[in-house]
Design a protein around this ligand. Structure first.
Ligand code: CUA
Length: 332
């Protein structure tokens, strides 16, 4: 009983310094789940107070006051009333919690999908997120762009969650509860973020060494801006000139087996699509901010930045490194 209460206090404290706060929801699923959490805490908190008060009362009131008292106190055996009370009351509480939880889950899962909905297929990978927009024919990584939605029926975003390897879990606390990404299975969630902004999330299911560095951001665009972003993402990429020395180095290496750069021979699907690399805010699913220095360190040796990640060091010479990084920096 102390566990949940302590967690609540800790989360509330952490919340002052973090935007990833379940008690500050900005979308319908998260708000509904917050109310459920508060309802559950109020019941379990009430039980904690009653049990603690009875315990303290018993300790104080019935302690032995005679020195060297070895006699057992009077014992109560087979009290039908007491046994009935401690059986029936917990069963009723469990029924209430189960019923309310079931109703919340059903209300979120059964929410109808309006024709204005945006569709995203999110694929979990060790250790990053692949984001497909089937309606727009674009693929990005680690940063999920969605439109703002005034209500669940306005411009919500519906996700299909998949995994390419092991079980991951999508969790952006201000937008929705956790939902697992499971190999060979499609899971579904939706969000309707009410305010533009950046919402932080993380993989919430242990998936290997870099699980803690499998972070994601949901970037909520103001009304009308999301479509502009999607069209720009689809059409406005600038492939570097064929003669760009960095491009030549990049395309001569195994980079092209894992990464896609639209308009070039790089068409790998194993790693993040790099077509608009420089539009992202971080490298390696949030492990470091995307700055020229961090990009150079990352290409030089990803294992230094994110040990265990599936991208190897390509052992580039200093000149090659400079050329490849300048090519990557042109991917806007
Ligand atoms: Cu993916 Cu933990």
């Amino acid at each position: 009983m102390i566990g949940p209460v302590f967690c609540l206090m800790l989360q509330t404290r952490l919340a002052e310094h973090s935007v990833a706060n379940i008690f500050d929801p900005r979308a319908t699923p998260a708000a509904t789940e917050k109310n459920l959490a508060l309802f559950t805490f109020s019941i379990t908190g009430g039980i904690f107070i009653v049990v603690a008060a009875l315990l303290i009362f018993a300790i104080v009131r019935y302690r032995s006051r005679i020195p060297n008292d070895l006699e057992e106190p009077a014992q109560v055996y087979g009290s039908g009333k007491i046994e009935l009370a401690w059986t029936v009351i917990p069963i009723l509480i469990v029924f209430v919690l189960t019923g309310v939880t079931g109703r919340v889950i059903a209300s979120i899962e059964d929410s109808p999908q309006p024709s204005s909905a945006t569709h995203i297929t999110l694929v979990g990978r060790q250790w990053w997120w692949e984001v497909h927009y089937p309606d727009f024919g674009i693929v990005t990584a680690n940063e999920i762009h969605v439109p703002v939605s005034r209500s669940a029926q306005d411009h919500p975003t519906f996700f299909t969650l998949q995994s390419a390897d092991v079980i991951h879990s999508f969790w952006v606390p201000q937008l929705s509860g956790k939902t697992d990404l499971i190999p060979n299975r499609d899971n579904h969630i939706w969000i309707d973020p009410r305010e533009p902004g950046i919402y932080l999330g993380n993989c919430a299911e242990y998936c290997g060494t870099q699980h803690a560095n499998m972070m994601l951001r949901v970037i909520v665009h103001p009304a009308g801006e999301f479509e502009k972003w999607a069209v720009a993402e689809r059409t406005s990429f600038v492939p570097a000139a064929q003669s760009n020395p960095g491009r030549a180095v990049f395309e001569s290496l195994a980079c092209v087996n894992c990464h896609t750069v639209r308009g070039s021979v790089a068409a790998g699907r194993f790693g993040p699509d790099l077509t608009h690399l420089m539009r992202r805010q971080t490298i390696g699913a949030g492990v470091v901010p995307l700055t020229p220095k961090n990009l150079r360190d990352w290409v030089a040796d990803p294992q230094e930045v994110k040990p265990g990640c599936l991208m190897p060091s390509m052992n580039l010479s200093n000149t090659e490194l400079t050329q490849v990084v300048s090519y990557l920096e042109a991917l806007k």
